[in-house]
Design a protein around this ligand. Structure first.
Ligand SMILES: [Zn+2]
Length: 76
């Protein structure tokens, strides 16, 4: 199982259930057990899909993205 949570910087992250800490790209190390879990999913595919949805919510609900920014968001 994979747990999905947010860093204080607003980025969505996922971690395997058995993992204790996860480092965000902002440099902060998060203790998975201390985070409020947004969702738990069964596979990496589901986790990255959910995170993609969360990032899109974060960066704008309008749906206007350039091709470059879509590529950027999908890296997460
Ligand atoms: Zn962060």
């Amino acid at each position: 199982m994979y747990l999905i949570f947010r860093c204080d910087c607003g980025r969505a992250l996922y971690a395997k259930e058995s993992v204790a800490t996860r480092k965000c790209v902002c440099g902060k190390t998060l203790k998975v057990k201390e985070r409020r879990i947004f969702k738990s999913v069964e596979s990496v595919e589901d986790a990255s899909y959910t995170i993609q949805q969360m990032q899109e919510e974060n960066y704008g609900k309008t749906g206007f993205f350039t091709a470059d920014s879509i590529k950027f968001h999908r890296r997460f």
